[in-house]
Design a protein around this ligand. Structure first.
Ligand code: SF4
Length: 339
């Protein structure tokens, strides 16, 4: 969806001027910008806050500073670096996308919107951000912050329905300037994150206050009613032999997809080991995902020796010293580190 605007609006000019003075130019992905770094940061920022992303981004680019270094990484190594960031499908998509870039684009990050938007994990908004920030070619974007600013400025619905998304895309396209796209794109994202807050927009310092149809009209909710997430109980069994732990690759398309976990006990997987148990202990831990609370119980069984398992699941005995080489949910990794 290319921007067709040939006359830059007051809206975009105000955002550009504001960004030059107030933008978060210190963010690590805004230094020595490359399409590769914009891509990694944009994927990490999907559904995750900036402050959470910063250490993960730094670690990722220090291990893989460019496509050349990433091209030889396997899926496991990428998932291991993602441990704790959540939404692990994003890491799997980075692996798939870099394989396509290697084979179809001679390991150079594609330069056209149509090629970028076809890569796994990249939607129209992320492709627009890469075009605008890395290549400085104007394309509209529509992430959560941009939706919020534009919907308030224009006083239109922002309820994630197809109709409202279509309207917001058209408005985003209309406001996207033909000049200064780099500052505009980052500026509108920053404005949504740091001024036009969800429950308490700071209209008094907003550069858009004059033209904004919602300025000073957004009601401040005294106490946001926090949506209660459902709780899922999980019963794991973890076999260990000295410092080696028996882990299984989770292949189902749900949370922790692609990660290594102990064996989950359910009606399909009843208790698997009867012989040779030396000791057993139980650990309980609670863990919050963005959409789910997990109530985890892990029964740990010690064995003299590692053994083979009859299963169609992918499994491995992982030594504690190698734990950083595997993608593993944070609570599971913390428990094993302490054992
Ligand atoms: S004036 Fe207020 S509501 Fe409008 S964009 Fe700015 S901060 Fe948001």
């Amino acid at each position: 969806m290319k921007n067709n605007c040939d006359k830059d609006s007051q809206f975009s000019k105000q955002i550009v001027q504001w960004y030059i003075k107030n933008g978060r130019s210190n963010l690590p992905w805004r230094k020595n910008i490359t399409a590769y770094k914009v891509w990694i940061s944009e994927i990490m920022l999907q559904q995750t806050q900036v402050k959470t992303v910063i250490p993960f981004f730094k670690k990722f680019v220090s291990r893989y500073p460019n496509l050349k270094s990433l091209s030889i990484a396997n899926e496991e190594e990428i998932l291991a670096l993602w441990t704790g960031l959540g939404f692990y499908r994003r890491a799997i998509n980075i692996y798939k996308a870099k394989e396509i870039i290697l084979t179809d684009f001679k390991n150079r990050f594609p330069k056209s919107f149509d090629d970028i938007v076809r890569l796994p994990g990249i939607g129209e908004s992320t492709a627009g951000a890469i075009m605008s920030i890395a290549y400085q070619i104007p394309y509209p974007i529509l992430d959560a912050n941009v939706k919020k600013v534009i919907s308030r400025y224009e006083s239109v619905e922002n309820d994630s329905t197809n109709t409202s998304n279509k309207k917001l895309w058209a408005l985003s396209s209309k406001h996207t300037p033909s000049k200064n796209i780099f500052s505009y794109t980052q500026g509108i994202m920053d404005l949504g994150a740091t001024v036009c807050h969800n429950s308490k927009p700071n209209c008094g310092i907003c550069p858009l206050q004059e033209g904004c149809k919602s300025a000073f009209k957004i009601k401040v909710s005294k106490k946001e009613t926090k949506k209660q997430n459902p709780t899922k109980k999980i019963n794991y069994v973890l076999a260990r032999s000295n410092d080696s732990f028996l882990l299984f690759k989770k292949l189902e398309e749900s949370f922790w997809e692609g990660l290594w976990t102990p064996l989950e006990l359910d009606s399909y997987h009843p208790f698997p080991w009867k012989d040779g148990i030396k000791t057993q202990e139980e650990i309980a831990v609670k863990h919050k995902l963005s959409h789910l609370n997990l109530d985890i119980k892990i029964k740990i069984y010690s064995f003299e020796k590692a053994f083979k398992v009859k299963t169609n699941k992918k499994y491995k005995w992982v030594n504690k010293s190698n734990i950083d080489k595997y993608g593993m949910p944070k609570p599971i990794k913390s428990i094993i580190e302490k054992l």
